[in-house]
Write a protein of this length. Structure first.
Length: 456
């Protein structure tokens, strides 16, 4: 028999931890991945795509925070969709969120291996990625406060390095480079580039996964989200524009390490600062790698606790108060993903999961406003219903663009969802109510179930 606290997480996180986790989750997107967008759109085409996606994320975060603070549950969008739309809504949102975070992890691992290979060509990309997986699985198991403190430290270093990068390359920026062949594929290229623009901000919503471990979540979660988003918008636009003016952007559009290459072009590859930058460039990738493991494990934990995944994955380690089996399970999936595909393909799959999750979250917001008007909402969506409608519409546009330009990858995503739905129905999970206060459908049902638990 499990102890009473075997499925309870510890509330230790403060606003600075949330800022660090949110920025840390995302900041690798400034180091690599976004530059693949240049290959399909050019510099100006990608700038337009990025501005559109920035608007989407501003609208999304100022809407999503209402859900996060009203229902502070480790399942994030899975919990919101279940409460709003029932078992199938929860399943779709949970599947999308798992794809989002579990596949972001191996994408970042590829980049970590590539950065090390850039520094030391003798180091194998795959085995260095495996090494980082093992180390950060162990760190996350050791305790959320310890791992969050590490996030603060490593994220500050990563932000400082991006500021240093902009300072180093700014004197070498040439507008003629940036405006050379700016939209080679026209407006179609802008749509094709949307998933790579999403990579600039993807995973900021992961703060919702640690909501159950936040002190005073209804006050501190909005602070964490808003400060993080402001930081990321500044860094994304600065890094993208300065990098595009260093050389012919086509030389950087297919690399996993565009920033060290840009510094090498500006200062010379023999420069000590070039090597130093590549070395400390690992900090940004490590920050996101660490953060995605943290967030994805909480998603696995929450879905297992609710019976959507094997319940053994919901056990919390008695010593460290962390969901160790959920963390290990995510690591196994990351190992498997490293054997297949390329960085750009994994990024597109991860982004598909993200935009589906964004759509399900905004639909949940609208449904809950109607279904549960009395729900306590410490932070209400800004400019409702305009902001959530903008976020929903732009997420749908991203989804259509991804499906149009990446048909076979889209088939893989939806085939996985169909398999999950079939298994879900065959096991009869759609007929079972989740007895979890935060995921109950109505306040009346909450009162009823509490009364029943007292009687029993």
């Amino acid at each position: 028999m499990e102890k009473p606290d075997s499925k309870q997480l510890k509330r230790v996180l403060k606003p600075v931890h949330l800022w660090a986790i949110a920025v840390g989750l995302v900041i690798s997107g400034e180091y690599f991945g976004w530059n693949f967008g240049w290959a399909v759109s050019g510099t100006i085409g990608f700038l337009i795509a990025t501005l559109v996606i920035t608007v989407m994320y501003v609208a999304f975060i100022f809407s999503y925070t209402e859900l996060t603070t009203s229902i502070p549950h480790a399942g994030g969008a899975f919990a919101y969709a279940y409460r709003a739309m029932g078992p199938f809504g929860g399943l779709i949102a949970g599947y999308a969120t798992l794809i989002d975070f579990l596949l972001a992890t191996p994408a970042i691992a590829f980049a970590l291996g590539s950065y090390l290979h850039f520094l030391y060509p003798g180091i194998d990309v795959f085995w260095s990625a495996v090494f980082f997986n093992v180390v950060f699985i162990a760190l996350n198991i050791s305790g959320v406060k310890e791992s969050a403190t590490f996030s603060v430290f490593i994220t500050i270093l990563a932000v400082a390095e991006l500021l240093l990068f902009m300072g180093v390359v700014a004197p070498h920026f040439k507008m003629q480079n940036y405006l050379s062949n700016p939209m080679p594929f026209g407006w179609g290229g802008v749509f094709a580039a949307l998933p790579f623009a999403v990579w600039f901000y993807l995973a900021i919503e992961g703060v919702a996964m640690v909501a159950e471990e936040v002190k005073d979540p209804k006050r501190n979660i909005p602070r964490g989200y808003i400060s993080a988003l402001s930081t990321l918008v500044f860094l994304a636009l600065g890094v993208m524009i300065f990098t595009g003016g260093i050389t012919d952007w086509r030389k950087l559009s297919g690399l996993d390490y565009p920033l060290p290459e840009a510094v090498g072009i500006a200062l010379g590859k023999a420069s000590g600062l070039t090597k130093l930058f590549a070395s400390i460039g690992l900090f940004g990738l490590i920050a996101s790698f660490h953060g995605t493991i943290l967030a994805s494990s909480r998603q696995v934990f929450a879905m297992a606790r609710s019976g959507y995944l094997p319940r053994g994955l919901a056990v919390v380690n008695q010593k460290f108060k962390t969901p160790h089996w959920a963390i290990i399970a995510g690591g196994v999936i990351s190992f498997a993903a490293l054997y297949t595909g390329t960085t750009s393909q994994i990024i597109i799959l991860s982004v598909m999961g993200a935009v589906v999750m964004y759509m399900m979250s905004m639909i949940s917001l609208f449904v809950l406003r109607t279904k549960e008007p009395q729900l306590e909402r410490p932070f209400k969506a800004t400019f409702y219903p305009i902001f959530p409608a903008i976020a929903l519409m732009l997420s749908a546009v991203c989804m259509i663009a991804i499906m149009y330009y990446n048909f076979y990858i889209s088939l893989i995503f939806f085939a996985g969802l169909v398999v999950c739905v079939i298994i879900f129905m065959l096991m009869g999970k759609h007929k079972i109510k989740i007895m979890d206060d935060a995921m109950l459908d109505t306040p009346q049902q909450l009162v009823s179930n509490n009364a029943n638990s007292v009687i029993n």
